[in-house]
Design a binder for this molecule. Sequence first.
Ligand code: SF4
Ligand code: SF4
Length: 324
Amino acid sequence: MSARYVQPLRILIQSCFLGFMIWLGIRFYQFVLYFYSGSSTPFVERPGGIEGFLPISGLMGVSAWFKGLGINSVHPAAVVIFVTVLGVSLLLRRSFCSWICPVATISECSWKAGFRLFKRNLRPPPWLDIVLRGLKYLLLLFFVYSIVIAMPVAALQNFIYSDYHKVSDVRLLEFFLHLSPVALGVILTLLLLSLPLKNPFCRYLCPYGALLGLVAMLSPLRVTRDTERCVSCGVCSQVCPTYIDVMHKQSVLSPECIGCWRCISHCRFNTALSMRAAGRLAVPGAIFALLVVLLFWGGTLAGKWSGHWNTSLTIEEYARLLGK
Ligand code: SF4
Ligand code: SF4
């Protein structure tokens, strides 16, 4: 069966997640506004899912958990979402990046718009591409070293339960609501660069993506090429947003593969490319899509059911921390 339907399906799922995350952002803004307005606006329940935007808090929480401190009660959903995304990557490659992440969705819309505008996308020379790709691994190394390796357990505990960390989600919101000229310049530059270049932030600067790529290398699923059926047309290599030379691979192990299925969807000889588990069992696109959604939602539901979702911070504590 042709896998062409996978791209519209993926775009639909991306759009739903993007819409959901915008809704989360609006609800969280209304929650914060209640405190900033001195209770003159209606109270809105704080959405726990907003902690998905706190991956560093998630890494800290996982580090503390593994060091015997349990799942913290300040931002438990950040830990649950972090672990869930790692689990999704372990089973389904970096599908989080190409099916769920709102930053990658906006980035994909940008380079597609750039393609329509300029009739092509630019690719940095290979040597520069390799150097730039190294940046996200350096950033990952920095975070893993300073949080997981160098930070003593007591310091980790103190930071997690500090007032600063308690409202780190609010600080992030404020950062975006009151962008400094430098931050605005950086964001606009990245957005502009995302027109001619494919996913420059994800490819060069995102340490989360770097971590997921390394975890995904352990995934049993890989894009696999049937060398008997392949006619070496090169389309798969052309359409790959991460510039993997799929046509010359038997299976794609690269940490850059974001599991987007573009290569499989565009292969003119449909069975020449497939997503296979352990090089054998072919996974249909619809099942892959279903698994991405179910695993992600399943992970978050498990967090809710096990009582590791809503923060233990009380309304009174928020009033103390945010009272103006
Ligand atoms: S190899 Fe295929 S699935 Fe992986 S990123 Fe490239 S196009 Fe997407
Ligand atoms: S698109 Fe299909 S047929 Fe063409 S090179 Fe890639 S795997 Fe082979």
